[in-house]
Ligand binder design. Structure first.
Ligand code: CTP
Ligand code: MG
Length: 383
């Protein structure tokens, strides 16, 4: 309720996201850890004035959408959308509770709308009956006047229209019915109201309230995480030396339960750390016979699966092998290539280098090898 009026919100989430591309519509992309439609509906569910939320989903995603909303504690009625945004909103309007006084219409593709914006739209709609949020355009707009002719417009008069758009219920239902009677198609709700003869009032929107349309709009929603890993192993006679997933000719190898690939161990710990998934000791304990003598490349493949299941992809990995001998510079590229293959990423994402400790300490005395790795993981994929 807002000032004793019943308020409903319709969230249009039935588009196909063709300009974004991808295997699922953009409203199911991850925005800061939540599916976009959940993030957007969550703004309305947080707003205490909203009595009813209607989410319009496309027929193929209704169940998934309902499940995601429920899982996140958002109560919403689901409507099945249509071919164009206008058709979807119309389906939402048909589900409005009878006692609704005012309706807010919002795009699921605008997950950064502020509760304050919703409240301002509500305050304005009580007086003005039809309200849109809009911001002054930043670019100068040219308008085509013929096939090859265009004119500069007066930028100070131009506004980019956003959602939410707020209407008296009777007014917007009447406008939609009229549009359908007359076969009119508009790009937003205000266009239909205006065509039906109702004046539309602008209130200040926000430049943060962007509509996520193409891949380029997603970085704002990307999460980057950093991880670090360190490992050291002592030399042991009679073992092969594995570093970075390859065998390096040397007079001895490293002691360990697995193949003792100290470099891949540091890399795996960095990856698991960045994903918030503990460490290799926890995932592949040396008390477990299954991991005795196992290739660390096989473990790296498992780690790749773990971080992928969490929705992360590798940003980059930088690792250093600390050894007095053998010299690893000649093997760096082969190591990057081998590790990249196991992780399913391109080689340029992995940088491996070597250093010594100038004969100091256990490494300087030739007692073993250590490795240190840092990585970034990126989350912007599908939920
Ligand atoms: N929308 C809808 N039903 C449609 C088309 C669009 O509910 N048939 C919704 C979208 O889900 C989005 C909002 O309307 O939240 C704004 O539309 P737009 O940004 O154009 O999204 P899409 O139509 O999904 O994207 P595209 O135009 O690139 O295909
Ligand atoms: Mg569209």
């Amino acid at each position: 309720m807002y000032k004793n009026k019943k308020i409903a919100a319709i969230i249009a989430a039935a588009g196909s996201g063709s300009r974004m591309g991808g295997s699922a519509p953009k409203q199911y992309l991850d925005i800061c850890g939540k599916a976009m439609v959940v993030k957007t509906a969550g703004i309305f569910s947080k707003c205490s004035h909203i009595d009813c939320i209607i989410v319009v989903a496309d027929a193929g995603h209704c169940e998934k959408c309902e499940e995601l909303l429920q899982k996140n504690g958002i109560n919403a009625i689901i409507a099945v959308g249509g071919e164009r945004r206008q058709d979807s909103v119309y389906e939402g309007l048909k589900k409005l509770p009878l006692d609704t006084d005012y309706v807010l219409i919002h795009d699921a593709a605008r997950p950064f709308a502020a509760v304050r914006l919703i409240e301002e739209a509500l305050e304005a709609v009580l007086a003005k009956k039809a309200v849109v949020c809009a911001v002054p355009v930043k670019d100068t707009i040219r308008m085509m006047t013929g096939r090859e002719r265009s004119v500069t417009t007066d930028r100070s008069l131009m506004y980019a229209v956003q959602t939410p758009q707020a209407f008296e219920k009777r007014l917007i239902v009447d406008s939609y019915e009229q549009a359908y009677r007359e076969g009119f198609v508009g790009t937003d709700d205000a266009a239909l109201a205006e065509r039906a003869g109702y004046p539309v009032h602008i209130i200040a929107g926000s430049y943060d309230n962007i509509k996520i349309t193409t891949r380029g709009d997603m970085p704002a929603a990307t999460e980057t995480r950093v991880g670090t890993g360190f490992d050291a192993h002592a030399f042991a006679a009679g073992r092969k030396l594995f570093l970075g997933g390859i065998e390096i000719p040397y007079e001895k190898g490293l002691a360990g339960h697995s193949d003792a690939d100290v470099l891949l161990h540091a890399v795996m710990d960095a990856l698991l750390g960045a994903a918030g998934c503990g460490d290799i000791g926890g995932h592949f304990p040396d008390s477990d016979e299954r991991y005795k003598g196992i290739s660390s490349l096989a473990l790296l493949e498992k780690v790749a699966g773990i971080i992928k299941s969490k929705g992360y992809s590798v940003g980059n990995i930088d690792a250093v092998v600390i050894a007095e001998r053998p010299k690893i510079s000649g093997y760096r590229l082969e190591m990057s290539k081998t590790a990249a293959k196991a992780l399913g990423v391109s080689e340029d994402k992995i940088n491996i280098k070597g250093t010594t400790t100038e004969n100091m300490g256990f490494i300087g005395r030739g007692e073993g090898i250590a490795a240190h790795a840092v990585c970034t993981l990126i989350k912007s994929g599908l939920v």
